[in-house]
Ligand binder design. Structure first.
Ligand code: NAP
Ligand code: MG
Length: 402
């Protein structure tokens, strides 16, 4: 069988720990035998980020803008414990944060539903897609530790040189402050990305913030969404039979739990981070979630929503058997290959991505799964396999579909 040909390279961003091990196996076992894979490779592993002073992350984001489609492995965001572990000269920023800031996009995360894994919320019969704004707020903050007796003010120097000052707090004792920002342009593209995704997938769009408390900051998000909806999307939504619905974040949380799913929940950056982990876990596993960053100018970055699975990696290093779920990493690859196929008009590549996804689901529904799913699957004849065995089993299923 001849291999499927590609035209434009994918931007490939390698990562860290267990997901880096999985990354190579996914390619070796499930992609390279079938696809004449063209990628431009960027090693975002922490070792190389240190060696390049994080330039590699910036380069990979620029390459993504150039080629339009990237696939990213999970990466370590360094904390204090990583400094001695990797001999770091700096606590490098989160690569995801850097890439998201460069692409200014919205991250869409949807659960991958399989038979045998029932959501913890029994009414959730349809997927809930989280649309996470990927720019600003606490991810681009400025923080200070403040000594008692200090006065903290917010100062803005305007284009004409005049200053607007607002008191934050007069500190009697020691404390902390934080400065956040966002941009009308970024919030507008977030709104359009959500409304477009709603129209594409024929799902209602919900949006929630805390505008009753944050009367200027969060309120701005609410107003921009409302204005763009009224002016650009209302008629299209009505024609498609879908709705846009705004509510407070706490009310949204309560409604989501009581819902049946089947809508897009647009969340500010931090809310989206937290809520996507909650939603993914409630649907079964963090590893059963797709995640794609869509930029306003049509650039796509596919990734897994979970981290580098450090605990499993340390077992792997000790030579112990691991049973790490590779589904989210696999779906990052299938999403990227399908999008590349769509943009380059390569139906064979798109169909390969569809079949690989089908093979993954079928393998799990036929009872072969990793430990995380084995614990929660209600299938009777289920079998727990290790990291590599799972990929090999998917490979066997894939052969029957090709
Ligand atoms: P994590 O890698 O998501 O893993 C947390 C726990 O969730 C694991 O210990 C495991 O539970 C379970 N888990 C996650 N993914 C799994 C999978 N594919 N298969 C099976 N179980 C899975 O989070 P973490 O351990 O807190 O973070 C590790 C590193 O990842 C950190 O350095 C962090 O900075 C980084 N991180 C990166 C990204 C990203 O690049 N997108 C996102 C989040 C975190 P059990 O141990 O109970 O089996
Ligand atoms: Mg997170």
């Amino acid at each position: 069988m001849s291999k499927i040909q590609m035209k434009t390279p994918l931007v490939e961003m390698d990562g860290d720990e267990m997901t880096r091990i999985i990354w190579k196996q996914v390619k070796d076992i499930l992609i390279l035998p079938y696809v004449d894979l063209k990628t431009e490779y960027y090693d975002l592993g922490l070792k190389n980020r240190e060696a390049t002073k994080d330039q590699i992350t910036i380069d990979s984001a620029e390459a993504t803008k150039k080629y339009g489609v990237a696939v990213k492995c999970a990466t370590i965001t360094p904390n204090a414990a990583r400094m001695p572990e990797y001999n770091l000269t700096q606590m490098w920023k989160s690569p995801n944060g850097t890439i998201r800031a460069a692409l200014d996009g919205t991250v869409f995360r949807a659960p991958i539903l399989v038979k045998g894994v029932t959501p913890f919320i029994p009414t959730w019969t349809k997927p809930i897609t989280i649309a996470r704004h990927a720019y600003g707020d606490v991810y681009k903050n400025t923080e200070m530790v403040v000594e008692g007796g200090s006065k903290a003010e917010l100062v803005v120097t305007k284009p004409d040189g005049t200053k607007e000052t607002s008191l934050i707090h007069e500190f009697k004792g020691d404390g902390i402050i934080q400065g956040l920002h966002n941009l009308d342009s970024s919030i507008s593209s977030f709104a359009r990305a959500c409304f477009n995704f709603g129209l594409d997938t024929k799902q209602d769009v919900w949006f929630s913030t805390k505008d009753t408390i944050s009367k200027k900051y969060d309120h701005r998000f609410k107003d921009i969404f409302a204005e763009i909806y009224e002016n650009e999307y209302k008629e299209k939504f009505e024609a498609a039979g879908i709705t846009y619905f705004y509510t407070l974040i706490d009310d949204a949380v309560a409604r989501v739990i009581r819902s049946n799913g089947g809508y897009i929940w647009a969340c500010k950056n931090y809310d989206g981070d937290v809520m996507s982990d909650m939603v993914a876990t409630a649907y079964g596993s963090l590893a059963m979630m797709t995640s794609v960053l869509v930029s306003p100018d049509g650039v796509y970055e596919y990734e897994a929503a979970h981290g580098t699975v450090q605990r499993h990696y340390y077992k792997y290093l000790k030579g112990e058997e691991t049973s790490t779920n590779s589904v989210a990493t696999l779906f990052a690859w299938t999403g990227a290959l399908r999008k590349r196929g769509e943009l380059d008009e390569l139906p064979e590549l798109m169909s390969f991505a569809d079949k690989l996804e089908k093979a993954i689901i079928q393998t799990i529904e036929n009872g072969t799964m990793t430990g995380d799913l084995y614990l929660i699957s209600t299938l009777e004849n289920k079998k727990k396999v290790n990291t590599t065995e799972f990929l090999e089993a998917v490979g066997e299923t894939l052969k029957t579909l090709l």
